[in-house]
Design a binder for this molecule. Structure first.
Ligand SMILES: Nc1ncnc2c1ncn2[C@@H]1O[C@H](COP(=O)(O)OP(=O)(O)OP(=O)(O)O)[C@@H](O)[C@H]1O
Length: 252
């Protein structure tokens, strides 16, 4: 019998991950044979052209979508081995999400939005931790405001705090700066970066923006559902260069 030794440096591991939609001639392989590790306390960006499978990968990693083939290990848990209820609990307790559209509850205050997932889970917030997160997002004077009274950037920082409130194993961010101007984007990305450096948070982010990707420790490049390249310690320039190189290769 082989024993799976869980590598503490790895937060998520995929093995031969595939996701197909449809069948026969209309079948689309949104992901094909993706095997990759996501380091713990690392900030990983996922890039690639539209339709390359970025969101599908993120959703499979986060247990929002079930792969057609292969495996996803979140720590020592293999996601496909879980039933719907266990998967719902895992999403609630072990992962955090930040979406492009903020997805805050309009009738709740910023603070109530931040603690909502914990309240729903019947868990008491860790006051010291919550205080640290709120200090870092820099919105202490806005906590009693409703989302409509906050700017887009402020709303997204609240969404980031909500994602971190439960100290999840991984925070998944799907185009978190897609609706923001460059100043607000820098605030949100700076916060995510800080959460990795100072709190040891693991972050996986899908983005189209080379400047956003440059906040990450590592960038993975997808094309046609496959992993095509990766960059360590990226800069906006090196990300752009890699995108151009991959584009040329696709055309050729
Ligand atoms: N529910 C679905 N049914 C059928 N095809 C789908 C479905 N979801 C995604 N696809 C297809 O899978 C492929 C990958 O889609 P995905 O959304 O993961 O790409 P993406 O890289 O995130 O794109 P974008 O940057 O435009 O958001 C695309 O060809 C898409 O049309």
């Amino acid at each position: 019998m082989t024993v799976n030794v869980v590598d503490q440096a790895v937060a998520i591991r995929t093995m031969g991950l595939g996701k197909s939609y449809g069948a026969g001639e209309t079948r689309i392989d949104a992901l094909a044979d993706v095997s990759v590790d996501f380091g713990r306390a690392r900030f990983t960006a996922i890039m690639g052209p539209s339709g390359s499978g970025k969101s599908t990968l993120l959703h499979c990693l986060a247990g929002l979508d079930r792969p057609t083939s292969g495996q996803v290990m979140l720590g020592d848990v293999e996601l496909s081995s879980l039933g719907e209820k266990a998967l719902t609990h895992l999403r609630r307790d072990r992962v955090g999400f930040v979406f492009q559209a903020f997805n805050l509850v309009p009738t709740l205050t910023a603070l109530e939005n931040i603690t909502l997932p914990l309240d729903l889970a019947g868990r008491k917030p860790d006051a010291e931790w919550l205080d640290k997160v709120i200090t870092t997002i820099g919105l202490r004077d806005r906590l009693s405001h409703k989302p409509s009274e906050l700017s887009g950037g402020q709303q997204q920082r609240v969404a980031c705090a909500r994602a971190l409130a439960s100290r999840p194993d991984v925070v998944f961010a799907d185009e978190p700066t897609g609706n923001l101007d460059s100043r607000s984007s820098a605030d949100v990305l700076g916060f995510l970066h800080h959460s990795v450096r100072e709190f040891g948070q693991t972050v996986v982010m899908v983005t189209h923006d080379p400047t956003a990707a440059a906040y990450a420790d590592r960038v993975l490049f997808l094309a046609d559902g496959r992993l095509r390249s990766e960059l360590l310690d990226p800069t906006a320039e090196s990300v752009l260069d890699t995108m151009k190189r991959l584009d040329t290769r696709e055309d050729g």
